[in-house]
Design a protein around this ligand. Structure first.
Ligand code: C2E
Ligand code: MG
Ligand code: MG
Ligand code: MG
Length: 271
């Protein structure tokens, strides 16, 4: 299928924008209007059990439909949004929109979970708990169906504040996942002392699984660690049946990846 095409297009902009200060400034200005002008969109990726490949949830992934540049991937504009603080507003929008989307389909998929990515700056913004509380009550979605995905960078900046927000979110009944697990410097420290429910094995390890013994050893140890702590372990970036087969044999709980197609509209992903 057309796996490469969409991403290839994003990467083109990615490469040129990185070296072009002027364009970056223009993007920062345009981003200020993007929320109000309805240029943001969400695509969804399914999360499935490794065994039966039964769908358990979806992850919302942000896209920006720029009027001239076309559809931009988060790698292009999230760093800008982080630096300008715009990320907080974007994050609010993602939470409210994705919960509204889920709520619309809840009668047909009452068990489905929704994962939303939360950036470091958003986590310590001082308003995340309030935003999540409001978005949950507006949508009527059960807190236990919302998974917030955070990365370790959130803790390197302000560990005390980050920890406190996590405790507040846990008290609401929300599920916490550590995203890109294994890529940071102090994963073991965070996973042992923070209220985390899910580990998402970074796709760099998953991609090398069938061929590389080293990747296998890393994934096996994340599984041992996660299961030892009673956590759910999800493999990211599963692209083919060989990789899924290895994960099944290793006892991995769930997976996500292009093996089930490109991320798309929620209704399409659920069909
Ligand atoms: P992530 O949360 O780790 O999301 C997984 C990324 O890997 C997504 O890229 C997804 O499209 C891609 N992916 C999934 N399966 C496969 C696969 O089988 N092969 C390959 N090669 N890639 C796969 P995307 O959508 O470009 O997002 C990149 C990152 O941007 C995300 O990584 C997340 O950290 C961030 N992001 C996305 N949406 C949001 C958002 O709403 N808020 C925040 N704060 N960050 C977001
Ligand atoms: Mg994620
Ligand atoms: Mg990830
Ligand atoms: Mg990532």
């Amino acid at each position: 299928h057309a796996k490469g095409r969409g991403r290839g297009r994003y990467e083109l902009f990615d490469a040129s924008l990185r070296d072009n200060v002027e364009e970056r400034l223009e993007l920062a200005t345009a981003l200020r209007r993007a929320v109000g002008d309805g240029e943001l969109e969400l695509v969804y990726q399914s999360r499935r059990t490794c065994g039966e490949r039964r769908i358990t949830g979806v992850e919302a992934l942000l896209r920006w439909r720029h009027p001239e540049l076309g559809v931009l991937a988060p790698d292009v504009f999230l760093p800008i949004a982080e630096r300008t603080g715009r990320i907080v507003e974007l994050g609010d929008w993602v939470l409210r929109q994705s919960l509204a989307d889920l709520s619309d389909l809840s009668h047909r998929h009452p068990e489905l979970t929704l994962a939303v990515n939360v950036s470091a700056r958003q986590l310590i913004s001082g308003r995340l708990t309030r935003t999540v509380t409001r978005a949950l009550s507006e949508s009527g979605v059960e807190p236990s169906r919302l998974v917030l995905e955070i990365t370790e960078t959130a803790f390197s900046e302000d560990p005390v504040a980050a920890r406190q927000v996590l405790e507040e979110l846990k008290a609401l009944g929300v599920v916490i996942a550590l995203d890109d697990f294994g890529t940071g410097w102090s994963s073991l420290h965070y996973v042992s002392c923070l209220p985390v429910d899910v580990l998402k094995v970074d796709r760099s390890f998953v991609a090398d699984l069938p061929a590389q013994l080293r990747a296998g050893a890393v994934v096996a140890s994340v599984l041992g660690l996660g299961h030892g702590l009673g956590l759910l372990v999800v493999a990211e970036g599963v692209e083919d049946a060989d990789t899924l087969g290895v994960l099944q044999r290793m006892g991995c709980d769930e997976y996500q990846g292009f093996i089930d197609g490109e991320p798309g509209a929620l209704a399409d992903v659920l069909n």
